[in-house]
Design a protein. Sequence first.
Length: 195
Amino acid sequence: MTARLCIVRASPTRENLRAILGLIEEAAAWLRYKDTDQWASPWPDEKMRDDRVRRGLEAGRTRIVWDGDRAAATVTTAPEAHPAIWSEPECSCDLSAPAIYIHRLITARDYSGAGLGAQLIDWAGLRARREYGAKWIRIDVWATNAALHDYFQRQGFGRCGRCPDEDYPAGALFQKPTAEIQPMSSPMFYEAARR
């Protein structure tokens, strides 16, 4: 890994779509050896999963962290909640407070354990706090992946309910206050307009 990676807004190209789907497939293969059913198969099917990834690219909400020509990580963000996932009374968050919603936070296995995922979370929160006063970082997490719940709690997230749709697999809701995020003293990546 280079000393500093580069994060860019991913344009809706075939190359970027392949890079993100490759990260998803790599993570899914790794998860098969963990005590979870997360991503055992695309939800609800491969076409709909790929369409969600494509829509994130087309909306300009997806970033890819590059190490040269290799995708090291990705994250998709949105300034608004998906109402079918984040709704009262199952969600105990103050949904009127400005927030950033994180989706598809994935780190390539070669970069896991280095803190890249944690830095991406904080980068997204700091950016949203600066751009539109976001008070919270929110994420919906695979309901049965206890290790992932523990990871987000170690990153300063607290549980704030569940998705009302029992069939939605990422129904565990978590949030973290952006006020607790400090600027990174040694960022692993820098932001660039284009790659």
